[in-house]
Design a protein around this ligand. Structure first.
Ligand code: ZN
Length: 173
């Protein structure tokens, strides 16, 4: 069996807005077509975006199956509300690339994207931030009586106060 994994950098918007050059040796850059709506024409960001496209940045839409898997996982961890449509699709593309047997590395500064990537054994690299060192789960806690809820409850059924998301569980990565 040959073991010729291709290394993919899956670029989040934050990776492009950073303007930081990546080491592009033996790496394929890829993102989702929705990126066109994220980077406004004109200015430095757009120039860098064009530069990356010239260097081979390509687009791919994620599979429906992976999108559903990301939604399911992010609901489990409590990250769902923190993820935009873009984030979900980008994670789904990362999962598709991993499932096709290639080396999938998400480039992002978004903690929720990092958290889900971690749960799905997808590698990530950060640009400006330090990156998460623990994986975590969110739960809702009532700001009135302090009761904790696993489900996504916004108003406490006991005292009627609003709940707030807190980190329930941390695991060393
Ligand atoms: Zn309460």
């Amino acid at each position: 069996m040959t073991n010729k994994k291709i290394k993919f950098y899956i670029l989040d918007t934050s990776a492009i807005l950073s303007g930081k050059p990546f080491n592009l040796e033996n790496v394929k850059m890829i993102t989702i077509p929705d990126i066109e709506m994220e980077i406004k024409p004109g200015g430095k960001d757009y120039q860098f975006f064009q530069f990356l496209k010239e260097k081979g940045l390509s687009y791919q839409s994620p599979s429906e199956k992976s999108i559903n898997e990301i939604i399911k996982k992010s609901k489990e961890t409590g990250d769902f509300e923190r993820l935009s449509n873009f984030d979900i699709k980008l994670l789904a593309l990362s999962l598709d690339i991993k499932n096709q047997g290639d080396h999938s590395i998400v480039i992002t500064d978004d903690y929720s994207i990092q958290n889900i990537a971690n749960y799905l054994d997808i590698n990530f690299e950060t640009i400006n931030q330090k990156g998460i060192t623990k994986r975590f789960k969110w739960i809702n806690r009532c700001q009135g009586c302090g009761k904790k809820f696993k489900d996504d409850i916004n108003i406490c059924p006991i005292c009627g106060a609003e709940t707030k998301k807190i980190v329930a569980k941390k695991q060393e990565i």
